[in-house]
Design a protein around this ligand. Structure first.
Ligand code: VIB
Length: 222
């Protein structure tokens, strides 16, 4: 079994929980409360900014010119995501106002920075991977269920994340390939560290949906 196959096998229960999450199910049937959408978009604005900065850190950790080019291309995709946010804000009529990171956003972005800054190139790739991989799974599963129908106000959101048939490059396949190359000479314990980095990010993906669903906030005003 390759390293990626092992990690993906271990990731299945978390990915299944993300698919079953009421927020993701709400996207599938086009019914999510305004408060949930607004909270999500506000927190995701922070997340995407940090994702870009962590991508920049990641590409300083490799001298593979193809990987550097791919990382820059994936950074470009983040501008599409403003469109994904617009789809949600058009439903609620909200404007992003609260720029404070909630506890789970802070936990996730701190994990990304720590892994990319202090870790190896493999850790940096692993910490970013569950984001793109889990959204790719959500997008393609929701499309295969026909959730992107005309009656769904979140149709366009779903389609932004579903892999497109005409895409020249399968970015998630490249991400797993880069991960596999990066751990090729690692010991078992080094590989386990990278696996933990990946799985923790995936747990944080679940928490990100859950935080918006529960409207989680800091306990105190400060
Ligand atoms: C919490 C959170 N996780 C994942 C994504 C989706 N996403 C962010 S960057 C990226 C790939 C860029 O190439 C993708 C798919 C999101 N918006 N918010």
């Amino acid at each position: 079994m390759t390293f990626s196959e092992d990690v993906l096998t271990r990731a299945q229960p978390m990915m299944a929980a993300i698919m079953a999450h009421p927020f993701v199910q709400g996207i599938a049937n086009g019914k999510v409360s305004d408060d949930t959408l607004n909270y999500y978009v506000e927190q995701d604005e922070h997340y995407l900014k940090d994702y870009l900065q962590v991508t920049a850190l990641t590409l300083t950790k490799t001298d593979n010119a193809d990987d550097i080019a791919r990382l820059l291309e994936t950074a470009q995709f983040v501008s599409n995501e403003s469109k994904a946010h617009e789809v949600m804000l058009n439903i609620t009529g909200h404007h992003v106002a609260d720029w404070r990171r909630s506890p789970d956003t802070q936990l996730y972005t701190d994990h990304m920075y720590t892994s990319a800054y202090h870790g190896t190139y493999a850790d940096a790739i692993a910490v970013l991977l569950p984001c793109a991989w889990s959204y790719g799974v959500i997008g393609s599963e929701l499309v295969s269920q026909g959730a992107n129908n005309e009656a769904n106000p979140l149709k366009e959101w779903i389609e932004i994340y579903a892999p497109q048939a005409g895409d020249a490059i399968d970015y998630n396949a490249w991400r797993f390939d880069a991960l596999e190359r990066a751990v090729a000479n690692f010991s078992d314990s080094q590989k386990e560290h990278v696996a933990q980095t990946f799985l923790k990010s995936l747990e944080m993906e679940w928490r990100f949906w859950e935080a918006a669903w529960q409207q989680t906030q800091w306990q105190f005003e400060f």
